[in-house]
Ligand binder design. Sequence first.
Ligand SMILES: Cc1cc2nc3c(=O)[nH]c(=O)nc-3n(C[C@H](O)[C@H](O)[C@H](O)COP(=O)(O)OP(=O)(O)OC[C@H]3O[C@@H](n4cnc5c(N)ncnc54)[C@H](O)[C@@H]3O)c2cc1C
Length: 309
Amino acid sequence: LSSVVWAYSENEAVSDEVASAAAEVAKAISGEPVVLEVGAERGGTKAPGKKLVVKGPPQDSPPGVVSEALGRVAKEIRPAVVLIGATRNGREVASSLAAKLKVGCLSEVAKLASDGKTVTGERVVYAGKVVAKVSAGLPAVVTVKIGSYPRTTSPPVGSEVKDVGEVDSKLKVLKREKKEAGSVDLKSAKIIVSAGRGVRKKEDLGMIEDLAKAMHGALGCSRPLSSDLGWLPEEHHIGLTGVTVKPDLYLALGISGQLQHTAGMKDSKVVAAVNTDKDAPIFQASDYGIVGDLYQLVPAIRKALASQG
Ligand SMILES: Cc1cc2nc3c(=O)[nH]c(=O)nc-3n(C[C@H](O)[C@H](O)[C@H](O)COP(=O)(O)OP(=O)(O)OC[C@H]3O[C@@H](n4cnc5c(N)ncnc54)[C@H](O)[C@@H]3O)c2cc1C
């Protein structure tokens, strides 16, 4: 086993974060951090040490191909730790790479450390209620929680190329189409008006969208409205399995406030909620609460805003 610590992400910004994590782990084991690129050199890649370009498959290959390519080089170099950015792609690459190498895999980890025998870190579980300490014996594959490390800014000190040749894939990419830009950008919205199952029918979302517009805010929702009922596109859904938001004001309308929802909005600056049930858990996560019917309150708030011009 070498003392090399790999950092990889298909996303450049995430790669810079993972590179910082690799530098930290490498320092702990007196090893060497190496930033990986698959397919072709990216140009602007940052690395706290060397970079390694894995040639063979194209740059935008599916996760299965990337993990096969990384696996071939890993069998030769035998890195102590492989750190991969926990993007959707990265999670797939990591699990498949760990299986190929028959090593342990830790997911969504921050605060990494190593004593040369194991790699340890912290992982948020139960919708943010608990921080679990996790560890795996070396060698190991770890996905690094996005946003948990600063981006490295140093240019690489050298670069190496490994050609792994062609990688077969059962998945053939025939065509790529750009996903249409989402109609909402909840992550940067200062005000979010969010609708839940308290809304009785799809058409009623109109008045809530109208209120959101009048407040110069964005429209969010709980998961049932997007995933179960399909009333709104997925990008509106806030929570554990949706978007995590931190607006200045989060107005929850007819949302009960289950853990899976509050996990995505609990860091909002001010939370206000309207709910007919005085015992709804959302009130525990709120700075202001109104026990009342959203069908009365939404038009009333809208009217009050209109009268202010
Ligand atoms: C693995 C997993 C992941 C999940 N991830 C997410 C996630 O990311 N995001 C998410 O939101 N959920 C998620 N869920 C679902 C979550 O557990 C809840 O079921 C969901 O958040 C409930 O949505 P809700 O509050 O809109 O509906 P409900 O729980 O049905 O609540 C509706 C609320 O509206 C109130 N109400 C009814 N009528 C009115 C009215 N006229 N005026 C005012 N209030 C009214 C009721 O009192 C009630 O409190 C997940 C579940 C699982 C199992």
